[in-house]
Design a protein around this ligand. Structure first.
Ligand code: HEM
Length: 406
């Protein structure tokens, strides 16, 4: 595998902010070789792209950075999926796929899951509160979001770890340069998760329940009709896999970066502990300042001019939510982390047709997390022995590990 281009992409992903600044200051758009795309970086330009889905298709929204080896692809061939999902669909297909998800993540459904989310957040903190130190990513951030979206979808809690692990492995396989043996092992984990999800599809069709999995299945095949076809099972597993990954990896990432930035600014952490009413504003500021989903791709469907740059049909764009969120024309002092700023409209959850349907669920989990931590561990600080290293990813920006002490 060619690691050199990946090395440059990793450098960009670990610290994309200097690129963003150059792209915002460029005349027109800036082409970024590492991303193999034109970067859309100004707030106004990002909004324009998101408001014109007919001109800027999502077909390539999650284009992988790595093509798995033939042996890994052969393993994946034994799994399910490989069908368009909500985030990569356009037009009427997009609307059909999105409708049950929006219903399943409605304000009422989110409110209904909050007691469970609060109980789990509290239990996860109980497990380390007496220890005096914790690695927060593995002990908490990688656990709560999977348990919560698992509950909404209707997964047995015992299956959640395999589903979360499968999601991480799918991301690694498509976005990290792994050795051959590791690719095959990752592909096997992904396929195991897909077979598990397929069992849920068939089970919920046979015995419907009050959960989102049942609703997704029913949106494709009505209960009482014959067994889902193989094609329908492929579509439903792809759909579920995408929803689960969108639901947990992003939220895990934002929990990590939110706690990191609060603790890098101890006066702001102390302010939050003293005045927990500020928690919702702190969540918005963390989402703006170091967005979990830094950007997704789009491709032009016809010749268009954007920010004065002429783009033929079929041109790839990287729509950088993270860059727009640091645009000084929209956010004064954009590079300052400040939980007391008056909230501006950031783009951390996107906008328009593809805007995040899970934003409220994510915000509530961040709120619960900060309520627990500020109330129970106000003396929290970064453990100093090792510097925090960011994962080299544009889609789930977070620390690898977050060692804390108190
Ligand atoms: C901190 C957490 C989260 C962040 C930063 C985030 C961010 C985003 C962004 C920026 C988009 C727009 C993508 C685009 O325009 O191409 C998006 C879409 C999406 N998000 Fe989230 N999200 C988060 C949490 C969640 C959760 C908890 C769920 C579900 C439980 C979820 C489900 C989705 C889905 C299904 C889409 C695709 C919607 C579509 O294409 O119509 N997200 N998210």
């Amino acid at each position: 595998m060619d690691r050199e281009p990946h090395g440059r992409l990793d450098a960009l992903a670990r610290d994309p902010y200097p690129y963003y600044e150059r792209a915002r200051q460029a005349d027109g758009l800036m082409h970024v070789a590492e991303l193999d795309a034109w970067m859309v970086a100004r707030d106004a330009d990002v909004r324009e792209v998101l408001r014109r889905p007919e001109d800027f298709s999502s077909a390539n929204a999650m284009r992988p950075d790595v093509l798995p080896s033939p042996a890994a692809l052969a393993v994946l061939g034994r799994g399910f999926g490989g069908r368009p999902v909500v985030v990569t669909a356009d037009g009427s297909l997009h609307r059909r796929l999105r409708t049950p998800i929006v219903r399943g993540l409605s304000p009422a459904r989110v409110t209904a899951v909050l007691p469970y989310a609060a109980e789990r957040a509290s239990a996860l903190v109980d497990a380390f509160a007496g220890e005096g130190r914790v690695e927060l990513m593995s002990a908490y951030a990688q656990r709560l979001p999977g348990e919560v979206i698992g509950r909404i979808v209707g997964l047995d809690p015992a299956d959640v770890p395999a589903v979360v692990h499968g999601g991480h492995r799918a991301e690694e396989l498509l976005f990290r340069p792994l050795e051959e043996a590791e690719q095959i092992a990752a592909a096997e984990d992904v396929v195991a998760m897909q077979h598990l999800l397929d069992r849920y599809v068939r089970e919920r069709h046979a015995r419907p329940r009050e959960d989102l999995c049942t609703e997704l299945v029913a949106s494709v095949r009505r209960p009482g009709d014959g067994e889902p076809t193989l094609e329908e099972r492929h579509e439903l597993v792809a759909h579920l896999q995408n929803l689960l990954i969108a639901g947990h990896l992003t939220t895990t990432a934002l929990i990590g970066t939110t706690v990191l930035h609060l603790l890098r600014h101890p006066p702001q952490w102390r302010l939050l502990c003293a005045e927990p009413d500020r928690i919702p504003a702190a969540v918005e500021e963390a989402a703006r300042y170091d967005s979990a989903l830094q950007g997704f791709r789009r491709v032009t469907t016809r010749p268009v001019t954007l920010a004065g740059t002429q783009l033929p049909a079929g041109t790839a764009l990287f729509v950088a939510f993270g860059a727009a969120n640091r645009d000084p024309d929209r956010h004064p002092r954009p590079d300052t982390f400040d939980i007391t700023r008056s909230p501006g409209r950031h783009l951390a959850f996107g906008l328009g047709a593809h805007g995040c349907p899970g934003a409220q669920l994510a915000r509530e989990q961040l709120r619960l997390t900060l309520e627990e931590l500020t109330r129970r561990l106000p003396g929290l600080r970064l453990a100093e022995e090792q510097p925090v290293v960011m994962r080299p990813t544009m889609i789930h920006r977070s620390p690898y590990r977050l060692r804390l002490t108190w």
